[in-house]
Design a protein around this ligand. Structure first.
Ligand SMILES: [Mn+2]
Length: 200
């Protein structure tokens, strides 16, 4: 179920499958507050960074068959967060649309370039191998892929340098938050931000 609440930039998405149950609430005009509990603490930690630096309120609760593999939950979290952001953005009129952001975390430096023009595409250039907390780091890419599809965004993620896996992942999610904040902001030309007059 998806719903956009009036003209406010808020949305709610509830998603239930045989593998996961997730419920997301987003307020784009919030203050970066988050309450994230998916059963995967490292994923929660990453999504809290996105909300904080993205400047929007995020509530995401749920659970999944992580005893099988965290893969389903990570991917489905990308789906619901992407859908909720997309719903909250409405017709995307007046938004900046394109943005890029760099974020360092100690020795790690990541860059995210985003286009909110309803063209789903992910270019993920982050060499992450091994475990971060309880999560196999190669699964992290599935979040980004699902997000790009369900948000309707082209996203290029590049790790410029980094060694520590936790730092590398966190730098990419911080950069995502910063890029989203800039791209979702009001301040684009009036109307739908496309020379075609329609997005997609
Ligand atoms: Mn951390």
């Amino acid at each position: 179920m998806r719903s956009r609440c009036g003209l406010s930039r808020r949305a709610r998405v509830d998603r239930k499958s045989k593998e996961t149950q997730l419920s997301a609430r987003i307020d784009l005009d919030g203050r970066g507050r988050s309450e994230v509990a998916t059963g995967l603490p490292f994923l929660d930690h990453m999504l809290e960074q996105v909300a904080r630096y993205g400047g929007f309120d995020l509530r995401l609760r749920g659970a999944g068959d992580v005893h099988v593999d965290p893969h389903h939950l990570v991917e489905d979290a990308g789906i619901v967060v992407g859908q909720a952001l997309s719903e909250a953005l409405g017709d995307r009129e007046g938004i900046v649309r394109f943005a890029s952001a760099y974020a360092p975390l100690d020795e790690s430096l990541a860059r995210v370039v985003i286009d909110l023009g309803r063209r789903p595409f992910l270019s993920y250039n982050v060499a992450l191998k091994g475990r971060i907390g309880t999560l196999e780091s190669e699964i992290v890419e599935e979040f980004w892929r699902a997000l790009s599809i369900h948000l309707g965004a082209t996203i290029h993620v590049d790790l410029i340098r980094g060694r520590n896996r936790h730092h590398i992942a966190e730098a990419t999610f911080k950069a995502l938050g910063l890029a989203l904040r800039a791209a979702m902001a009001a301040g684009g030309a009036p109307g739908v931000p496309s020379s075609k007059g329609v997005l997609g």
